[in-house]
Write a protein that binds this ligand. Structure first.
Ligand code: SF4
Length: 356
C-alpha cells in the first residue's frame, strides 16, 4: 500500500498518549524480523499510511512545501529498518559506548543537538535487528573484562518515547541483567515506562530523567512529557528497583534562573517518594551550542527565545575543529555552585556525576 495522506487516522488518534507517527516507511528486509512484522501489524491496524523504501538512510520524498514543513513532517515520520553499522560510537562522560537502537526523536526541543548531528535526516529510524546489536554489545563487554562497560541507549534518540512501538529497551534491559560486566543507561523526557517496570533488570540499568526549571520546559521543550509526568514515571522506576538518576540539561542562564532552579529541586524532592531518594545520581550540563547549530535552530524555530549570543559566551575548543560556545567561567561557576547546593540540600545522599 502506498498513500500520501498525512491526516492521522481516527483510530490512531485515540491511542495517542504515546507517539503515533503520521507516516511510516519500511525497508523490505525489516519485515523478515519479528519486530518488523509486529510494527507493520500495528501500523495497519491503526490505519497509519505507510510506504516501502530501499534504505532507511535515503528518505527523499517526504511531503511538505517548504523545508520547515518537511522538517515538521519528518519529526512525525517513522522509518523501520536494519542497523547495518554495528561499530558503536564512544559516549563520554556518561558511558563507554552508545548502543544504537533508534536515531531521531519526535520531541521539538529547540536546543537539541540532534538538530545538527542528524542534519537533513530528522526523521525517526528504529532498528529491528536488535539481536545483532546485542551481539555487538556482548563483544564490547568481552573486550574490556573485567572492567565494567556502560552503554548509553539515548545518544541519538529518546528511546522511551519509542518504546511502546519497538520494545527494544526491554530487550536490552533483560540482556544486560545477565551481564556481570555490562550496564545499560538511558535518559528520557518521556514517561512511557510502564512496560519496563516488571522486567528482570538485576539493577544493571540506570534510568535517568531529564528535568529542568519551568521556564526552560515551557519555552524550549515542546512535544515532550510534562514535568509532573516525568517525575511520576521516575517514582515508578525507583519503586521497580531500578537505579535512578536525573540529568539537568541544558542548564540555562535566564532571568529568574535562581528561583527557577531552586523551585525545580524543591518540587523534585516533594514529588519523589522518600524511598526513591537513595542512590540518586545527578548529571549537570550547561547550555552550549556550535555556530552551525545556531544557524539551524534559528531556521527551524525562528521565534525561539533561546539565547545564543556569541558575544556573551566563552569559546571552548572541541574535537574535529568544531568548538562550542559555553557560559563564561564566572556564570558557569555560579550555576554549578547554586545547583549543587540545592541538590545536596534536598538529596544529601545523592551523587553529582559531573558538571560540564
Ligand atoms: S527529547 Fe531529547 S532527543 Fe528528543 S528533541 Fe528533546 S532533547 Fe532531543
Amino acid at each position: 500500500m502506498s498513500t500520501t495522506t498525512l491526516e492521522r487516522p481516527a483510530s490512531a488518534r485515540k491511542t495517542a498518549s504515546s507517539f503515533v507517527p503520521e507516516l511510516v516507511f519500511f525497508e523490505p528486509a525489516a519485515l523478515d524480523y519479528p519486530k518488523g512484522k509486529r510494527i507493520m501489524e500495528w501500523v495497519q491496524q491503526s490505519g497509519i499510511p505507510y510506504r516501502m523504501t530501499t534504505s532507511h538512510n535515503r528518505i527523499t520524498n517526504l511531503p511538505g512545501d517548504s523545508e520547515l514543513e518537511q522538517y515538521k513532517i519528518a519529526k512525525r515520520t517513522l522509518v523501520v529498518g536494519l542497523r547495518k553499522t554495528l561499530k558503536f560510537d564512544t559516549s563520554k562522560p556518561s558511558a563507554e559506548y552508545a548502543i544504537p537502537i533508534a536515531t531521531g526523536c519526535m520531541g521539538h526541543c529547540h536546543y537539541c543537538y540532534l538538530q545538527t548531528t542528524l542534519g537533513a535526516k530528522p526523521y525517526i529510524r528504529v532498528y529491528v535487528n536488535t539481536d545483532d546489536i546485542i551481539e555487538a554489545a556482548r563483544g564490547y563487554i568481552a573486550e574490556r573484562e573485567p572492567e565494567i562497560t556502560r552503554f548509553e541507549a539515548a545518544c541519538t534518540s529518546d528511546p522511551v518515547g519509542l518504546e511502546p512501538i519497538t520494545g527494544s529497551l526491554a530487550e536490552l534491559i533483560e540482556f544486560m541483567a545477565d551481564q556481570e560486566h555490562g550496564r545499560l543507561r538511558f535518559v528520557t523526557k518521556f514517561h512511557h515506562v510502564d512496560s519496563l517496570l516488571d522486567l528482570r533488570h538485576n539493577g544493571h540499568t540506570r534510568i535517568r530523567f531529564s528535568v529542568n526549571d519551568k521556564y526552560v520546559i515551557k519555552h524550549f521543550e515542546p512535544s515532550t512529557s510534562r514535568f509532573e509526568d516525568r517525575i511520576e514515571a521516575a517514582a515508578k522506576v525507583a519503586r521497580a528497583g531500578y537505579p535512578l538518576g536525573f540529568i539537568v540539561a541544558p542548564i540555562i542562564w535566564h532571568e529568574g534562573w535562581e528561583e527557577g532552579y531552586a523551585e525545580l529541586f524543591a518540587s523534585l524532592a516533594e514529588a519523589l517518594p522518600k524511598d526513591a531518594h537513595a542512590g540518586l545520581t545527578f548529571e549537570l550540563i550547561q547550555h552550549r551550542f556550535t555556530k552551525t547549530a545556531k544557524g539551524v535552530i534559528e531556521k527551524r524555530y525562528p521565534k525561539t527565545k533561546l539565547e545564543m549570543d556569541i558575544e556573551k559566551r566563552k569559546y571552548k575548543w572541541g574535537r574535529w575543529g568544531q568548538g562550542k560556545y559555553v557560559y563564561p567561567d564566572e556564570q558557569a561557576d555560579a550555576l554549578r555552585m547554586f545547583i549543587s547546593e540545592r541538590i545536596f540540600d534536598h538529596f544529601p545522599d545523592a551523587t553529582i556525576d559531573y558538571f560540564t
